[in-house]
Write a protein that binds this ligand. Structure first.
Ligand SMILES: Nc1ncnc2c1ncn2[C@@H]1O[C@H](COP(=O)(O)OP(=O)(O)OP(=O)(O)O)[C@@H](O)[C@H]1O
Length: 349
């Protein structure tokens, strides 16, 4: 991906040709297959796509927690502050996934929240102990100070009676409160990047809106970059500055949120948008597009969306792998039928 210098300066995390392949007895499962993404400082990158397209494995790659037998390739460059001041760039893929450096980054510079907060918490320790443990690992050695920071952060995420909450166990909190506690734990170490993987899917609509608002407020007040993973385009519209649409382990369209909703180019993006009757009202969940996502193993050459695409052209779309191409400044599309990639672009108008 190209880009001007001012924009490049604001990029805090960049993924280049990242692949996550699972080498199974049956063959190679290409969960993530060469993605390029940029995360800008203080901005939210939304990643959207149907189930199985590789959203969660992408976030596992960022944290270097891809389970065996997954292999990660490519570059994931993170800009981080040196202890002595100034920025340094570190390639997360070159780090030992069990080493000290990545452990410092995980929960330090990069934190994650996900759908089920019970997974983030141990059921046998209090919320306070667990938040303090994270703070003691990354922020301070002083227990009293860690307690104070813990109370403060619970207050910030909107928990009533934070001192009392510190002494409670995860099962004593409601779903929405547990979600807030997980956000508090993730934010306690001032991450520069917050990965949110479907963090509100299990919550009712009102609590969902409050949690989304909380993430937006924290992003703005702390200049945190957010990677927001969801299959819900309504949430994408509300949360994102830039959006990457994923299909079968690849980014098929990447642009700013307004362009995505007002001038989408990839047939898959258009199909996703057409599958929600009205954005901003009613059931915002994606309805399924005709056909199913192929299993990402032993795939033929060409566009992954070929079998479901209304505009597919035999001999053109299924001939060779299609590159992600910048069709206008900052707008990238992986389709031979779109914007300058081929004379047949009229076909998808
Ligand atoms: N540990 C694993 N071993 C083998 N295959 C895996 C593993 N984890 C994920 N996959 C496969 O990788 C592909 C991408 O999965 P991923 O969970 O990233 O999809 P997703 O877009 O996050 O889906 P969802 O929205 O349902 O969470 C899927 O085909 C999945 O079956």
């Amino acid at each position: 991906m190209k880009g001007n210098t001012a924009e490049a300066d604001a990029v805090i995390l960049e993924m280049k040709d990242v692949k996550v392949h699972f080498h199974l007895d049956e063959g190679v499962l290409k969960a993530v297959d060469g993605i390029d993404l940029r995360i800008k400082r203080g901005k939210t990158l939304g990643i959207v796509g149907e189930s199985g397209c590789g959203k969660s494995v992408t976030s596992q790659a960022l944290l270097r927690i891809v389970p065996s037998p997954g292999r990660v390739e490519g570059e994931i460059k993170l800009k981080r502050m040196r202890p002595e001041g100034g920025l340094e760039e570190v390639d997360l893929i070159r780090l030992d996934p069990r080493g000290k450096e990545i452990r410092d980054i995980r929960g330090g510079e990069i934190a994650m929240i996900f759908q089920e907060p019970m997974k983030a918490f141990s059921p046998i320790h209090t919320i306070g102990n667990q938040i303090m443990e994270a703070i003691l690992l990354h922020e301070t050695d002083d227990k009293e100070e860690a307690y104070r920071i813990g109370v403060e952060i619970l207050r910030k995420v909107g928990m009533s009676n934070p001192e009392q909450r510190m002494g409670e166990y995860p099962h004593q909190l409601s779903g929405g409160m547990r979600q807030r506690a997980m956000i508090a734990m993730a934010l306690s170490c001032h991450p520069s990047v917050l990965i949110a993987d479907e963090p509100t899917t299990a919550l009712d609509v009102t609590v969902q809106a409050q949690v989304l608002q909380l993430i937006n407020d924290l992003k703005e007040s702390r200049d945190t970059s957010v990677i927001f993973i969801t299959h819900d385009l309504g949430v994408i519209a509300e949360m994102s500055d830039d959006v990457a649409v994923m299909y079968l382990g690849k980014v098929v369209e990447y642009t700013d949120v307004d362009t995505l909703f007002h001038a989408p180019k990839h047939p898959y993006t258009k199909a996703l948008l057409n599958s929600i009757p009205t954005i901003g009202r009613g059931n915002r969940r994606l309805e399924s597009i005709e056909g199913t996502v192929p299993f990402p193993m032993n795939l033929p050459k060409g566009c992954g969306f070929y079998t479901r695409c209304k505009h597919a052209v035999d001999g053109m779309c299924n001939r060779e792998d299609i590159p992600l191409t910048e069709i206008e400044e900052g707008h990238f599309v992986r389709c031979v039928l779109v914007g300058g990639q081929d004379a047949r672009k009229e076909a998808v108008r």
